[in-house]
Design a protein around this ligand. Structure first.
Ligand SMILES: [Zn+2]
Length: 347
């Protein structure tokens, strides 16, 4: 009996069991970890890679889970997520790190209620002059920090079964402090062990160059590295240099005010043949813990309702837009199986 390829693919999951099928797919082409479990990189759809649902700026020494009412946050944020879903976005990278208000159970509830795929993170944020770093960072080695982040990926965050989909760290302008260098080193070790992507909030281009050097010299993949807030750097030769090396350049403060500047930066990258290394997002939201009603909430819709039409008017093609909103974020979030695991796979 001969089967058409399509027919064969229809039968395969039933014959093998969907779990085996998904595992094989994950091993060959990587996977994406969402707050509701692992999915194929092809299932992300249009993505906002850098947004926030809730942030608490109290500082690592003061932050506690009891500082907000979960129901109030849920009810405040849900309409914005539904509106974003209706505008055509399917997935959000939620970039709030641990000790700044990361709440994986809240994200999972909101993901299920809104229909939006949400991805959370592991890691520690060393920008803001270390205000958001717990005291143990000072006395821990990079290996010890990496072990905590790897454990979150393997076993789930805290006592949940929710796993991070990327590493989120943060540093100020270069040169990096000793603790910030340690965080980037720990991120490289975590990437090497798990394949999780490394996203770093970065003060300027000098810091980004230092991050790339630390990641590579500690066995991390440069193609797993995203330079977050690359719009902070005016010297576009640094964007060009790091994009050519394989890093992702995240322009993630998009708003009405920054739109013209973003179009000129995107035109620069397109002319250099580097549009495939660029990510776009608003860094919007969010429920501000400690402010009445969560303070002023910025919605997530500008990219979909206003900026894409502006890009088209400036000559960006449908393919360019698909690259920026679908393909690039999927590549930047894909968990690549470490080479030694691939070598150990039966052939
Ligand atoms: Zn942010």
């Amino acid at each position: 009996m001969t089967l058409s390829r399509r027919h064969f693919l229809t039968l395969l999951p039933a014959a093998l069991g969907a779990g085996v099928w998904l595992k094989a797919a994950a091993q060959s082409e990587g996977s994406i970890m969402t707050v509701t479990g692992a999915i194929s990189p092809y299932m992300l759809g249009p993505v906002l890679p850098h947004e926030h649902i809730m942030v608490d700026f109290a500082g690592a020494d003061k932050i506690t889970p009891g500082r907000y009412q979960e129901e109030e946050v849920f009810n405040t944020v849900l309409p914005y997520l539904k509106s974003l879903r209706a505008a055509g976005c399917k997935t959000m990278g939620e970039c709030t790190p641990n000790f700044l208000g990361r709440d994986p159970l809240l994200l999972k509830r909101l993901s299920i209620a809104s229909g939006l795929t949400i991805i959370t993170n592991t890691g520690l944020y060393g920008a803001g002059a270390h205000k958001y770093l717990p005291a143990y960072v000072q006395t821990s080695t990079a290996e010890e920090l990496a072990a905590m982040w790897i454990k979150e990926f393997r076993d789930g965050i805290g006592d949940t079964d929710i796993r991070p989909g990327f590493i989120k760290s943060g540093v100020d302008k270069g040169p990096l402090t000793e603790s910030q260098r340690k965080l980037v080193h720990a991120a490289a070790l975590t990437n090497k062990e798990t394949g999780l992507a490394i996203w770093i909030h970065t003060g300027d281009g000098a810091a980004a160059l230092e991050e790339a050097e630390i990641i590579q010299s500690n066995g991390g993949r440069i193609a797993s590295y995203t330079w977050v807030h690359a719009q902070n750097e005016k010297d576009l030769s640094i964007h060009e240099k790091l994009a050519k090396a394989g890093a992702f350049i995240s322009l993630d403060g998009l708003s009405q005010n920054s739109a013209e500047d973003y179009i000129s930066r995107l035109s620069f990258m397109k002319n250099k043949g580097l549009l495939q290394q660029v990510l776009l997002s608003h860094d919007a939201g969010w429920y501000h813990v400690g402010e009445p009603g969560g303070g002023k909430f910025r919605d997530y819709n500008f990219l979909w309702t206003s900026f894409i039409p502006m890009l088209k008017e400036k000559g960006f093609t449908e393919e360019d837009i698909r690259r920026l909103t679908v393909i690039n974020p999927s590549r930047a979030l894909t968990i690549h199986p470490p080479a030694r695991k691939l070598l150990a796979m039966p052939s």
